[in-house]
Design a protein around this ligand. Structure first.
Ligand SMILES: Cc1cc2nc3c(=O)[nH]c(=O)nc-3n(C[C@H](O)[C@H](O)[C@H](O)COP(=O)(O)OP(=O)(O)OC[C@H]3O[C@@H](n4cnc5c(N)ncnc54)[C@H](O)[C@@H]3O)c2cc1C
Length: 249
């Protein structure tokens, strides 16, 4: 069955921007942050505008460790195994992914259809036929393995070898804000593959709703830097190219 992207923000650190603000301020204040920041925020002696301006200023600098104190947890379904493989390369995040050992696929395989293939009738037919065959082969292997004494779980384990990269997966992922900003820089860029880019943009939309100042300038690296660091061949052309210094001979 055809599946499409679905992402929810399952949980996040409450008052994430206050926590980051307090962490930054503790670095530069001789007093204790509970007295110099947390209570004044509660009493309205530090306004949200003042906090936001401070955050915008420090986010431009390279001092990023305070961003590690807050985290965002996403529930994700409707992505391919090709996409999840790219996602889990982001080592500074946590993942709990649906297991292909403990969960059986049905004969009607759940899969993702790339838009480029969906647009070409013949390619789409070929793709869908292959998905059906993959599902049927999986189901038959599953049966044969069980007939020959393997129990259900270990049948999943080996029958899954015929599942394609297109097979749909579901997972829960938690990023701290620093790692998430790095993820957005890399995966919101047009250089990134379309599926993980769509996922990244959806995640960005969700976190902007809860922490707008923190993620105001989040997105591809060019948003923050004002220039593109890709080679001319790969640049989308939206921002001027970074001019690399001439190599001295
Ligand atoms: C357009 C694009 C194309 C890609 N193509 C390929 C490809 O062809 N083949 C391939 O294998 N991968 C490819 N990747 C994956 C890429 O190499 C990274 O593995 C992935 O983007 C995760 O990024 P990250 O390491 O910054 O993230 P994280 O693993 O979350 O790390 C975050 C940051 O922590 C630091 N860090 C983490 N671990 C270490 C460490 N061990 N040592 C030092 N610093 C560390 C780094 O500063 C890093 O940026 C591609 C990624 C993109 C965006």
């Amino acid at each position: 069955m055809l599946k499409t992207l679905h992402v929810e923000l399952l949980s996040h650190t409450p008052d994430a921007e206050n926590v980051i603000f307090a962490a930054f301020r503790q670095c530069y204040a001789s007093g204790f942050v509970m007295d110099t920041v947390v209570q004044p925020l509660k009493d309205g002696k530090i306004s949200p505008e003042e906090r936001d301006q401070f955050l915008r200023d420090v986010l431009q600098m390279g001092h990023e460790s305070p961003l590690e104190h807050v985290s965002f947890t996403f529930a994700i379904e409707g992505i391919s195994r090709a996409c999840s493989h790219q996602l889990v390369r982001h080592r500074l995040a946590s993942y709990s992914q649906q297991s292909q050992r403990y969960c059986s696929e049905g004969q009607d395989l759940d899969y993702i259809l790339p838009p480029s293939i969906a647009q070409i009738r013949e390619a789409k037919e070929l793709y869908e036929t292959f998905m059906q065959q993959a599902g049927e082969t999986y189901a038959r292997l599953h049966e044969l393995l069980q007939e020959h004494g393997r129990h259900r779980e270990s049948s999943n384990e080996d029958a899954r070898f015929v599942l394609p990269n297109a097979a749909e997966t579901k997972l829960i992922s938690t990023f701290n804000a620093r790692s998430l900003l790095n993820f957005f820089q890399l995966r919101c860029c047009t250089r990134a593959q379309w599926e993980i880019r769509a996922l990244a943009h959806r995640m960005l939309h969700l976190v902007k709703e809860v922490s707008p100042t923190l993620f105001q300038k989040a997105g591809p690296k060019c948003e923050k830097m004002g220039m593109c660091f890709e080679s001319p061949k790969f640049s989308c052309g939206r921002k001027p190219l970074y001019q690399r210094p001439e190599k001295s001979s």
